[in-house]
Each structure stands twice: as C-alpha cells, then as structure tokens.
Design a protein around this ligand. Structure first.
Ligand code: SF4
Length: 212
C-alpha cells in the first residue's frame, strides 16, 4: 500500500472512532538457532533404511545466512564418522574450488540430498531420497539463498526433476523455486577424472560472474 493510501485509510479509521492501532513488527527468525534445533530434532531419524548403517547424521554446515547454498548427494565415510558434510578429500577439493572464485566455506551453506551415508557410497535409492527431501526443502526455505549450486547428476535429477546427462544439465542456469541454480561436477567425480576440472572451472566462473 502506498503512503497516500495508508494515510487515507488511517483517516477513515479515525473518523469511525478508532484512535489507536497496533502494528505487529515483522517476525525475525534466527536462522542459525532454528537450523540447530531442527538438526537436534532429526539426528535420530529412522524414516528410511539408511539410518541402520549410520554413525553420524550429517545435516549440513556453513553459514545460515549464506547467499549460496551448495547441494551434494550424500555423506561419505569421513562425513559419516565426523557428522559434517564435505570434510574428506572431496570436501578439501570443494574448499579449493570455492576459493578459486573468492568464496570461503564460512560464506556458504553446504548440505546433501540425503543426510545419512548410503552403504559403499552408492547412489541413494528413490525411497531414501523421498524420505529425506523434506529436510532439504526446510533448509532451503529457512536459508533462502540467492544462488544454489547442485553438485553432480543425482542432486540435479532429484531437485530439477529432469532426467538428462550432467553435460546437458551444465548447459543451462535454472530457476529453482525462484533461486538462480547452477549444476556442476561433484568433487568426487573430479577426483576420479581430473581432466573434468577445466569444465568445472567454466561452471564456477558463470556462478562467480552472477554472484559478485
Ligand atoms: S537418510 Fe534422511 S530420511 Fe533416511 S534415515 Fe537419514 S535422515 Fe532419515
């Protein structure tokens, strides 16, 4: 409502005998506290079979006020042992990739499609992804990032609901729930095939151009 319209509305209220109105301040949420509380609530989750092999629940970590949310596939062995995402060799590579575009781990929030480790690092099954996705949806709506970077085909297929190759995914920037979204290689794929790093660099530069 414009100022003039608000003024007229208040005048009308005054004429009808209403002298005082109370304006409720907008609700401020503490994202860090809320995410911490939700992590504590969910860490004993048994909604899918992955809970049975779990050592540690890996909810996500980083900056709750991040402009960039990074989404991978699922925790690996190191993550399962420690309870944090992207802490192993893949995590170290991700840190370097971010640093190459002038971003630090403290500036971004990182999580996965599933929060418990699939045995032998296999892809999460459809029923496991379905059971776990509400936790990610909730994280997205709390963090409200400006940008999302999906790492690997599993994250992209699951969230964008398009079944195509990673090469095809990388050709486009997506609008995922109003958020500018990029798709690139998962760092573990880059560790297996270092020749793809130059392609990942092209993807990261697109993100960097929009972010800064
Ligand atoms: S993967 Fe997700 S849904 Fe399955 S047990 Fe772990 S937290 Fe629960």
């Amino acid at each position: 409502m414009h100022n003039k319209a608000i003024k007229q509305y208040l005048e009308c209220l005054k004429l009808s005998g209403i002298q005082d109105i109370f304006v409720k301040p907008p609700i401020q949420i503490n994202k860090a506290e809320l995410l911490k509380e939700l992590e504590e609530n969910y860490h004993t989750c048994t909604k899918c079979a992955l809970h049975s092999g779990r050592n540690k629940f890996c909810y996500g970590n980083g900056n709750p006020d991040a402009r960039l949310l990074i989404i991978g596939e699922g925790p690996g062995a190191d993550e399962d042992r420690i309870g944090k995402v992207f802490v192993g060799r893949s995590g170290q590579l991700l840190t370097k990739m971010l640093s190459a575009i002038n971003l630090s781990r403290d500036e971004v929030y990182i999580t996965n499609i599933v929060k418990c480790r699939p045995p032998g690092n296999r892809n999460p099954l459809p029923e496991e992804k379905k059971a776990c996705l509400p936790y990610l949806e909730e994280q997205i709506s709390i963090i409200q990032p400006e940008f999302i970077l999906m790492l690997g085909k599993v994250a992209a297929v699951t969230l964008l609901e398009i079944d195509q190759t990673l090469t095809a995914f990388r050709q486009q920037i997506y609008n995922f729930r109003g958020i500018k979204t990029y798709v690139s290689y998962h760092p573990s794929a880059l560790l297996r095939n270092p020749s793809w790093k130059k392609l990942a660099w092209i993807d990261l530069q697109k993100l960097q151009k929009d972010y800064f």
